[in-house]
Design a protein around this ligand. Structure first.
Ligand code: FAD
Ligand code: NAD
Length: 481
């Protein structure tokens, strides 16, 4: 018997499961189809983010940060640690437990909200039909008024270093090393390269990051990127910019070792590694999802074409998350999922694409939102800039965690905040204060006039806002106004 729904969501990552739950809250009958299976052949919800992305990477970043802190900073607090070791299998099983708690949580949320979770691979066979094939080959057809595609993304493979899941791995493999690789090569100095490179560097791997571009972290404010490069190099990440990987060779013998061949300004180079992580970006997943005749359009980079409201060229079919344009971030996908659900319920919800916060969860974290100095200069917008170093923050000094700075840029004519960039402890959470302020079109003065608790890291945000108008108290101001 064909089941009938108001909405069928394809994919249960942060874009899909949030869309499904919000649709159900609004009174629609909803199914969410998911094909993901774990290595143990268990069907799970949560997509990339929960299973092999945001959550497991943060679990490993948190464990290894504690380890690095105990090794490098406890001494400064007078805490003596005589013998320290890391038990990689325990670290991995803790990560697994966190992931499984959260993926089980989605199952529970589906049950509470009466979302039908359907296990299997979905294909859109008509504007109102989705065919689901389960892992035993059984097929069922779902009839639906609306379809939300949330099929996400997958790692990009490059021919000079094809993934073999053993020596050359993608981000998923890098979350599962059974032991600490002595020499780790990372291709790509983007978010994944820096986060997962940090995880293994903290445990003792010699990490070399080969980045094709000459510029480090192009989307980030130049001052912040320069500060980050300095800090990462001190932490032992050897980041080689302008390095084009050309090929690889495996050594013969019992212990498999790989040599990457690459070229840089000086010419041809070679470097031997025990493991290599390829982290050169991700691409949308649309293969086999629908036939061209359906009318859904795909743009040249493989993303499903949608308008500002995530509607495809077929009016009752929507697409959200990594499979559509914009940054590949969990929160961006979730907000799109909510928008589509609410617009189906005749609300006027929009996503503010100008205010998508970005974070790199290294230590210190790097976080930014809105425009940076370089972007404002390029657009010819006159601005004020206020910055405050954590080295002048009482709370950061008390914690012995005072690297980095907060920067706030505001429009010269109106003082309206146009962007914020932070490198420092808890940058992600500190940034959120400015994201909220910007949603309310706040000025730097609004932040300056707000009382902040003392001593707190967020005082650095307060002082940066004051500095934008030459009023900072705990540092010298370039200009007084
Ligand atoms: P996905 O999470 O990829 O989910 C798509 C789902 O659709 C999958 O479960 C897939 O199995 C399913 N699917 C696909 N095709 C079909 C089909 N035909 N039938 C049924 N099901 C199908 N983002 C952040 O914001 N913060 C972070 O800290 C962060 N860390 C990351 C760390 C790593 C290592 C990686 C790889 C990514 C990270 N990301 C992070 C990015 C984040 O994971 C993605 O932006 C997010 O998962 C995208 O959500 P989505 O719902 O669009 O797609
Ligand atoms: P990325 O786009 O962040 O970085 C890829 C890097 O690889 C770039 O610097 C690029 O210049 C470089 N590169 C590309 N081809 C190369 C080549 N052949 N040789 C050497 N370098 C090359 O991509 P990513 O790090 O793979 O992450 C993928 C996506 O996942 C990102 O869009 C990101 O938003 C998301 N993600 C987010 C987080 C987070 O929010 N904290 C964490 C992990 C992943």
């Amino acid at each position: 018997m064909t089941k009938k729904y108001d909405v069928v969501v394809i994919g249960s990552g942060p874009a899909g499961y949030v869309a499904a739950i919000r649709c159900a809250q609004l009174g629609f009958s909803v199914a969410c189809v998911e094909k993901w299976r774990t290595k143990e052949n268990k069907s799970v919800y949560g997509g990339t983010c929960l299973n092999v992305g945001c959550i497991p990477s943060k679990a490993l970043l948190d464990t290894t940060h504690k380890f690095a802190e105990a090794q490098n900073s406890f001494d400064a607090h007078g805490i003596k640690v005589t013998k320290m070791d890391i038990d990689v299998p325990s670290m991995m099983s803790r990560k697994g437990a966190v992931v499984s708690q959260l993926t089980q949580g989605i199952k529970g949320l589906f049950a509470t909200n009466k979302v039908d979770g359907v296990v299997g691979s979905a294909k859109i066979t008509g504007v109102n039909t989705v065919l689901v094939t389960d892992h035993d080959g059984n097929k069922q057809s779902l009839e639906t008024k609306n379809i939300i595609i949330a099929t996400g993304s997958q790692p990009i493979n490059i021919p000079p270093a094809p993934i073999d899941h053993e020596t050359i791995v993608d981000s998923t493999g890098a979350l599962e090393f059974e032991k600490i690789p002595k020499r780790l090569g990372v291709i790509g100095a983007g978010v994944i390269g820096l986060e997962l490179g940090s995880v293994w560097a903290r445990l003792g791997s010699e990490v070399t990051v080969l980045e094709a571009l000459d510029e480090f972290l192009p989307p980030v404010d130049r001052q912040i990127a320069k500060e980050a490069a300095k800090i990462f190099s001190k932490q032992g990440l050897d980041i080689k910019l302008g390095s084009q990987v050309k090929g690889h060779k495996f050594s013969k013998g019992a212990k498999k070792q790989i040599t990457l061949e690459y070229s840089d300004k000086e010419g041809k180079q070679k470097k031997a590694f025990d493991k290599v992580i390829v982290a050169v970006g991700r691409k949308p997943v649309t293969e086999g999802l629908f036939d061209d005749s359906l009318g859904i359009k795909i743009c040249d980079r493989g993303f499903i074409e949608v308008n500002d409201h995530c509607q495809t060229k077929v009016p009752n079919i929507f697409a959200v998350g990594d499979v559509v344009r914009g940054p590949m971030l969990a929160h961006k996908g979730s907000d799109e999922g909510v928008m589509v659900a609410e617009r189906l319920a005749d609300k006027k919800t929009q996503v503010n694409y100008a205010l998508v916060p970005s974070v790199i969860y290294t230590h210190p974290e790097i976080a930014w939102v809105g425009q940076n100095e370089e972007e404002l200069k390029a657009e010819g917008i006159e601005y004020n800039v206020g910055s405050f170093p954590f080295a002048a923050s009482g709370r950061a000094l008390a914690a012995n965690d005072s690297e980095g700075l907060v920067k706030i840029v505001s429009q010269k004519a109106t003082d309206r905040i146009l962007g914020c960039q932070i490198i420092g402890p808890s940058a992600a959470d500190l940034l959120q204060q400015i994201v909220i302020a910007m949603e309310f079109s706040a000025s730097a003065e609004d932040i300056g006039l707000t009382m902040f608790s003392h001593p707190a890291l967020s005082e650095a945000v307060h002082e940066a806002a004051l500095a934008a108008n030459g009023h900072a108290i705990h540092i010298g101001n370039k200009k007084r106004r």
